[in-house]
Ligand binder design. Structure first.
Ligand code: ZN
Ligand code: ZN
Length: 318
């Protein structure tokens, strides 16, 4: 890609959050610090620009990309975890869709037996939106993924099923600067609240699935994961497909993650509540004596991996 000025250091990977909220946008005075836009994250590595999810944060990213690259050719890869609204709703407002010089590949898995292509076009049909996607065909390619391992340029991408209603995956990107895993919607299979001393096949299954995810994530530098509920809220939402903070911290510790970002913030959680959840997560890590760093994802926050000289090979501008 296309513009080396965007990635001056070959071994450096940059991550930026454009939308961190779950379920529905939550603008307002109570959410100005962490932000109200839904799931969208940008990763730049090895000359590639990879966008993870197309929630409403995608609109802001689109404006920035056009300002940065002006009329230069540009290639973008958009990886979708699934097609729930909070993960695709920014797509119709993504201005690069209207610029033929921008080549856009949209990759994801089929979610409802109609095909990814049909699903994404449907939300832009005339009852819902004035500009149809068919008008954009020449520079937008929608590809349904079959394999769980593929390359985006030099980035090795692997996918794993998430525990979430319908078809939903998480992605792990192995880049020269470090590895990043993105699981915006996921309920850890093992939970203190969900499996109280129980036995039986369901628990066996949960343990097996948990182990698979621990292996998939093992040693990842940065994990961005659904922590929608605190423990008390989770009691009312078991089986909904979203994470309990305590379980996600335990999972990250077991998988030897270096840095965990709390993500998919509940639309009813204001900034102070997210601060509280972050403090609770840090307390859990301290109690376990872990070296895991925990942060709450915030709209506009950036992270650099693989800078070499910086502490821990990463720098947070969050
Ligand atoms: Zn979601
Ligand atoms: Zn979802």
């Amino acid at each position: 890609m296309k513009n080396s000025s965007s990635t001056p250091d070959a071994g450096v990977t940059r991550l930026k959050f454009w939308g961190v909220r779950g379920s529905i946008p939550a603008p307002g005075a109570g959410t100005v610090r962490y932000g109200g836009n839904t799931s969208c994250m940008e990763v730049r590595a090895g000359g590639q620009i990879v966008i993870l999810d197309a929630g409403t944060g995608l609109r802001l990213l689109g404006r920035e990309l056009l300002a940065e690259f002006a009329h230069q050719p540009l290639e973008l890869t958009l990886l979708l975890t699934h097609t729930h609204w909070d993960h695709i709703q920014g797509l119709p407002f993504f201005l690069p869709l209207l610029r033929p010089q921008v080549q856009i590949r949209i990759l994801g898995y089929e979610g409802a037996r109609h095909g990814l292509d049909t699903l994404l076009r449907a939300q832009m049909e005339s009852p819902f939106f004035p500009v149809g996607m068919r008008e954009l065909d020449t520079h937008v390619r929608i590809e349904e993924l079959r394999d769980f391992s593929f390359q985006v340029g030099a980035i090795q991408v692997t996918a794993a099923p998430a525990n979430h209603p319908g078809v939903c995956v998480g992605y792990r990107l192995a880049t020269a600067g470090g590895s990043i895993a993105f699981f915006p919607d996921n309920e850890p299979h093992l939970s203190r609240e969900r499996w109280p001393q129980a036995g039986g096949h369901a628990l066996e299954h949960a343990r097996a699935e948990h182990q698979k995810l621990v292996s998939f994530l093992g040693g990842t530098d940065v994990l961005v994961m659904d922590t929608q509920y605190d423990r008390e809220e989770y009691l009312e939402h078991r089986g909904w497909g979203h994470g309990c903070l305590d379980d996600v911290v335990a999972l990250a510790l077991e998988a030897r993650i270096q840095r965990l970002y709390l993500f998919h913030h509940d639309p009813d959680h204001d900034d102070d509540k997210i601060d509280e959840m972050l403090a609770h997560a840090q307390k859990l890590v301290n109690e376990r004596g872990g070296s895991l760093r925990v942060e709450a994802a915030r709209e506009g926050a950036e992270l650099e991996l693989g800078g070499g000289s910086r502490e821990g090979g990463s720098r947070s501008e969050a």
